[in-house]
Design a protein around this ligand. Sequence first.
Ligand SMILES: Cc1ncc(COP(=O)(O)O)c(C=O)c1O
Length: 374
Amino acid sequence: MLPTPAFIIEEDKLRKNLELVADVAAATGVEIILALKAFAFWPAFPLMAEYLPGATASSLNEAKLIHKHFDRKPHVYAPAYPPKDFREMAELANHLTFNTLTELERYRPQWEALETNVGLRVNPEYSPVETELYNPSNPHGRLGETLPNLPTRPPKGLKGLHIHTLCESDAAATATLIERTRAQFGHYLEQIEWLNLGGGHLMTREGYDVEGLIKTLKELRARYPHLKVIMEPGSAHVWRTGYLQCTVLDIVNNYGSATLMLDVSFTCHMPDTLEMPYRPMVRGASAEPANGFPYEYRLGGMSCLAGDYLDTYYFRQPARVGDTLVFEDMAHYTTVKSTMFNGVPHPAIVLVDADGEVVAERRFDYADYEARMG
Ligand SMILES: Cc1ncc(COP(=O)(O)O)c(C=O)c1O
């Protein structure tokens, strides 16, 4: 019996996504890796490593996790490197990207001595992402150097460029990103060894123009045959492979508003639903008024935060205490962004195979809460 609440990740769906990603990599010669910031449930790493040549980290913890459980040297990019962590991160990394030229120069003696393969994050000042919280291409922003800051020739020892400005984007956005990158940094591309196109390429979404992406990547490789091209999506690998199941604990009625009190929390376990905000799909319910869905409930979390609820969802039947609710598509970002705010117990994370058998399971208890907070 699966625990509740729990994030359930379905192995067969994960494999299907990974097969598509591996096909794109094989057709184009592009190295496609996993960004841990989107998914870090490491018991699934051996399975993912059957399809992916590696993974990328943005902290020492993630780098160590990749080294230990993905059994590969990680790609590493961090917006800033803490001096106490730098040496270990550089020793672990097979590619290491700096966010600024000043950091690249500050750490030069160390990375030169270690012969680290270093890159620089640049900002091509293009992004299709409209939500400010997820748009890294602001020219006044903090993620990567803009063109006016770069010397005409790459600094000595620089091997690669890294760009990341997409989020849940389509193939046309990848094409535009490459076009803008060439327009701004084409003179660098001739002189370096690798280009990392970042994440946000949601090639596993239904309707994504996979053939269009393959064409764009082939053209890029034909134009710069010397260049190793890397992509590091996170969401694409785990898109629609997992759900969060929970239980109705109580129903609160006030002035005609009924709220289902759930054994999960939006602020602790699904923070994007409040921050972005977005409305997750709830199995068997409608997020909008609809014929045949007459029963209206707000969905309430179990923390003390007043705003820990989602506005009205519509149901076919009246809800009852003890009912199970399923939030769809909760594997990417949600599993890593969830916290233990308020001491609310963390949902278990489970990997099940196509027959519903548990492949790997992690339950959380007080010791985890204590370790996470201390
Ligand atoms: C530098 C970098 N690489 C990769 C990713 C993964 O992006 P996604 O999960 O949208 O594919 C992110 C997401 O924020 C990122 O910041």
